[in-house]
Design a protein around this ligand. Structure first.
Ligand SMILES: *Cc1c(COP(=O)(O)O)cnc(C)c1O
Length: 390
């Protein structure tokens, strides 16, 4: 079977349709929220499961001038000619481990994040080998307590970066940080992190750092906290049309539209008697004679097993619920006596305007966040792009 046949037949089972017009419109809506700032489209984790290169191109088409990824491999892939990302688009990556591809990153003109002196040393060595200055963004831990340089260590990191800059080995192109609770309106850590960020930026600038960009705003901050926008905003989830948290609002509240629709074709529809156990462990037992529909997607495809007996699916205009356990490759819905034809469409989630559930509905059913729902859709599910051109 050749590639094309494999792709087409895979789509018969299930598909994640990605509406690139929605991505473009979302990026434009985010730019309107932050009119004074540049926009970095965050396309880590394969564009939150939507496809990194396609979403990067769409975002750039809608005015994003930066792209952001976690790993250097993700960033380098966006510099490959096949990705179709213009060479003048800045690409930044922030999750490094010792021995990482610093030299390749420098040669690919990436912006690399540095949180500690080990990384500064590796950058300096790689810049010597590459024979050109690295673009380095210093990351401050203003309170998230994850990556970034602690305030007590900041003076040392800034001094080391300035020495390397004087040697011609790097340029400090950015000063940046990340919020812990920007999706919780009024959380006291927001103001505390912002104040700390201002102090750490001011210190670095007093010492002589001249960054091109200062940035701290993720999606919730881009949407709701204009005082955090600085020179650049870094939305991820919102560009895919998903709200960072139901607490701050729905996508529609912000003029956003979910870009991914996940659907499958029923693999079997059959009559079963009452009292019939369904799926592993028999956690669902049919309350009476009914029909069951077999949905050919499972936890190997990213359907959370925690959504067993809870996840919603739209079949022929009606919401049905996962009956019993989600298995590796399939799950069952009780169709209540309805008899859709085999192959009938089962929509797990989408924008919601055809009456289908949303990724947020699945997140609530599984006790997680919508980020995890869209990001984990597996590689066995083909991405089908629509509205690739404006
Ligand atoms: C993932 C990520 C973002 C984007 O976060 P969203 O909440 O999806 O907008 C921004 N900055 C960093 C450092 C990240 O890791």
């Amino acid at each position: 079977m050749n590639e094309t046949v494999a792709q087409r037949t895979a789509q018969l089972r299930a598909r994640a349709e990605i509406d690139l017009a929605a991505v473009r419109a979302n990026v434009r809506a985010l730019r309107e929220r932050a009119p004074g700032a540049a926009l970095m489209a965050v396309v880590k984790a394969d564009g939150y499961g939507h496809g990194a290169a396609a979403c990067a191109r769409a975002a750039v088409g809608a005015g994003a001038t930066w792209l952001g990824t976690a790993t250097p491999q993700e960033a380098l892939a966006l510099r490959a000619p096949g990705a179709g990302v213009p060479a003048d688009v800045r690409i930044m990556c922030w999750l490094w481990t010792p021995g990482g591809p610093w030299r390749e990153a420098i040669e690919a003109d990436l912006d690399v994040s540095v949180s500690g002196t080990w990384a500064l040393e590796e950058v300096r060595r790689a810049a010597r080998l590459a024979g050109r200055a690295a673009r380095v963004q210093l990351k401050a831990d203003t309170g998230l307590g994850r990556g970034g340089c602690q305030p007590d260590d900041w003076a040392g990191l800034v001094a080391g970066a300035l020495r390397a800059e004087a040697e011609g080995l790097l340029r400090v192109t950015g000063l940046w940080s990340h919020f812990a609770c920007a999706d919780e309106p009024g959380h006291p850590s927001i103001a505390a992190q912002l104040a700390r960020f201002r102090e750490m930026v001011a210190y670095a600038e007093e010492q002589g750092v001249r960054p091109e960009v200062r940035h701290i705003a993720n999606s919730p901050a881009t949407l709701t906290l204009p005082e955090t926008h600085f020179d650049l905003v870094r939305p991820g989830i919102a560009m895919y049309g998903v709200s960072p948290s139901p607490e701050i609002g729905t996508p529609a509240d912000f003029g956003l539209r979910p870009a991914m629709t996940l659907s499958a074709s029923l693999a079997l529809v059959k009559h079963v008697p009452g009292g019939h156990g369904v799926s592993y462990g028999h956690h669902y037992v049919t309350p009476g004679a009914t029909t069951l529909g077999l949905v050919p997607l499972g936890y190997a495809d990213g359907i959370p097993r925690h959504a067993s007996s809870a996840g919603p699916v739209l079949v022929e205009g009606k919401w049905r619920t996962v009956a019993g356990r989600v298995a590796m490759d399939q799950f069952v819905v009780d169709l209540g006596g309805d008899e859709p034809a085999p192959g009938a469409e089962a929509v797990l989630f989408g924008p919601g305007d055809r009456g289908e559930p949303t990724a947020e509905d699945w997140a609530q059913a599984a006790g997680t966040i919508a980020y995890e729902i869209v990001t984990r859709i597996g590689t066995r599910v083909p991405r089908v792009y629509v509205n690739a051109t404006a």
